[in-house]
Design a protein around this ligand. Structure first.
Ligand SMILES: Nc1ncnc2c1ncn2[C@@H]1O[C@H](COP(=O)(O)OP(=O)(O)OP(=O)(O)O)[C@@H](O)[C@H]1O
Length: 222
């Protein structure tokens, strides 16, 4: 998407937790429509970097910007879609209600939110799951519903932290299909943290994190 503003830019991002430095001077750009896999060993800072990119955590120093949003994600509900590790659906709401939630929180009327949720589930081939409660879903189905929830408000950027971690290889492949299809349909950039080389290969550009620093041989992060 040449000419479109970048989804995210990070300048000298540092995030420390007490004496531990999780992200160490990362300068990176997520262009509009990009497909980026963030890989690296356990504890290398993948989740921390993704939280900074999603705007759900603040850097200790450095600058995080979302040019496509013209503001911070906290002030632009639904414009950054987030899929977190593990079960993240509200257990008392059915799949359709979970997917409608970001729009309800952004102040849309219930009827509009429910309609958009139905369309998001439909587009991703998940319509048959609409009325099911989270405990009636498999792990893979729950993660696919989480993707629908992340995209229902039409974000510019989708951030998914180890979305396939608890899934077998077939369910992981299906989840990647759903993520890529969702990003394509809404024209969003996609950043996925993963341990799984097969998942990383399908996403595209790879950022390798080592000890809080992005190593991206042949494919600079900035
Ligand atoms: N809230 C926190 N409080 C203290 N330390 C933290 C916190 N979050 C992360 N860390 C530390 O920061 C470092 C990076 O953690 P992070 O979760 O970002 O790595 P990761 O690459 O996502 O790991 P994994 O692949 O195991 O999920 C680790 O040393 C971790 O212990």
């Amino acid at each position: 998407m040449a000419g479109s503003p970048d989804a995210f830019t990070g300048l000298h991002l540092v995030r420390t937790f007490g004496p531990a430095t999780a992200v160490r001077d990362v300068t990176c750009v997520v262009p509009a429509g990009a497909r980026i896999a963030v890989t690296g060993p356990s504890g290398s800072g993948k989740s921390t970097l993704l939280h900074l990119i999603a705007g759900i955590d603040e850097p200790t120093s450095g600058t995080a910007r979302w040019p496509a949003l013209d503001g911070h994600p906290r002030d632009r509900p639904g414009r950054v879609g987030v899929v977190l590790q593990g079960p993240a659906l509200v257990p008392t709401l059915d799949a359709g209600e979970n997917v409608a939630l970001p729009l309800l929180l952004a102040g849309h009327p219930a009827r509009v939110a429910r309609q958009a949720a139905t369309e998001a589930l439909d587009l991703l081939g998940l319509a048959d799951l609409t009325g099911r409660l989270p405990h009636e879903l498999s792990g893979g189905q729950a993660q696919r519903v989480s993707v629908a929830r992340a995209v229902t408000a039409g974000p510019d950027l989708i951030v998914a932290d180890e979305p396939t971690a608890a899934l077998d290889s077939a369910a992981a492949a299906h989840l990647v299909d759903v993520l890529l299809a969702a990003a394509e349909r809404i024209g969003a950039a996609l950043v996925v943290a993963t341990h799984d080389p097969a998942v990383a290969d399908r996403i595209g550009t790879r950022w390798e994190l080592v000890d809080g620093v992005v190593q991206a041989p042949g494919e600079p992060a900035c």
